[in-house]
Write a protein that binds this ligand. Structure first.
Ligand code: GRF
Length: 206
């Protein structure tokens, strides 16, 4: 048996995607160990989820560093010290520096609550409702220099229903997020993802 993939997660808030990853790993559905949860917000519920599951919870306060670069350098250092193979951004609300993106190219994922490239950035569900789309969804993608713009790994669609509010649509999308994020990590752990330009090939399992 190969060693399980070592995953670090960055989250600024609620942490429900982090929880989904933790539960999938604990249930043996993905050959991965969550080694650390890093947050830029001291009160992020994600930190408590980590502690409750016996996972190291690290608050790295951006205000304690002279620059964005220095804060990210500390994050990179913490992830490398722990031998992280894959970083999962799960509701991490900071713009990343090019140095960070370059460091983790091909080994950092993000999840976004829209069918990218539609509706990147903040309030994706609100944007989808305002645009009047009939289908919304979620995307797991590799992190690149842009905002929610990297090569797409997995997507899932949900219908937009009459009378949907931002909250009801977000909730329907979230169910799919919790399904496809662990699935994407599993594909990565199995070495089945190959990036060619902006296309991600998913190879058959050996
Ligand atoms: C999710 O909708 C995710 O797609 C977006 O931010 C939200 C984070 O939710 N990037 P949670 O913290 O994982 O519950």
């Amino acid at each position: 048996m190969p060693e399980p993939l070592r995953v670090g997660v960055l989250a600024s808030g609620r942490g429900s995607n982090f929880r989904a990853l933790v539960e999938a790993a604990h249930a043996g559905r993905i050959p991965a160990t969550m080694v650390v949860l890093i947050s830029d917000r001291e009160t992020a519920p994600a930190l408590a989820i980590a502690r409750n599951h016996g996972i190291e919870a690290l608050f790295l306060d951006p205000q304690q560093y002279p620059s964005r670069e220095a804060h990210e350098k500390a994050i990179i250092g913490a992830l490398e010290e722990r031998g992280v193979d894959l970083v999962c951004h799960a509701g991490y609300m900071r713009i990343l520096t090019p140095a960070y993106v370059a460091h983790f190219r091909g080994r950092a994922f993000n999840i976004h609550p829209s069918l990218l490239p539609a509706f990147p950035g903040l309030h994706a569900q609100r944007q989808a409702l305002a645009h009047g789309v009939r289908v919304a969804g979620a995307t797991v993608h590799f992190v690149d220099e842009g905002v929610d713009s990297g090569p797409i790994v997995l997507q899932a669609a949900v219908p937009v229903l009459a009378g949907d509010t931002e909250e009801s649509l977000a909730q329907r999308i979230l169910v799919e997020e919790h399904r496809i994020y662990p699935e994407a990590v599993r594909l990565f752990a199995e070495g089945r993802l190959h990036i060619e330009g902006r296309i991600v090939q998913i190879r058959e399992s050996r």
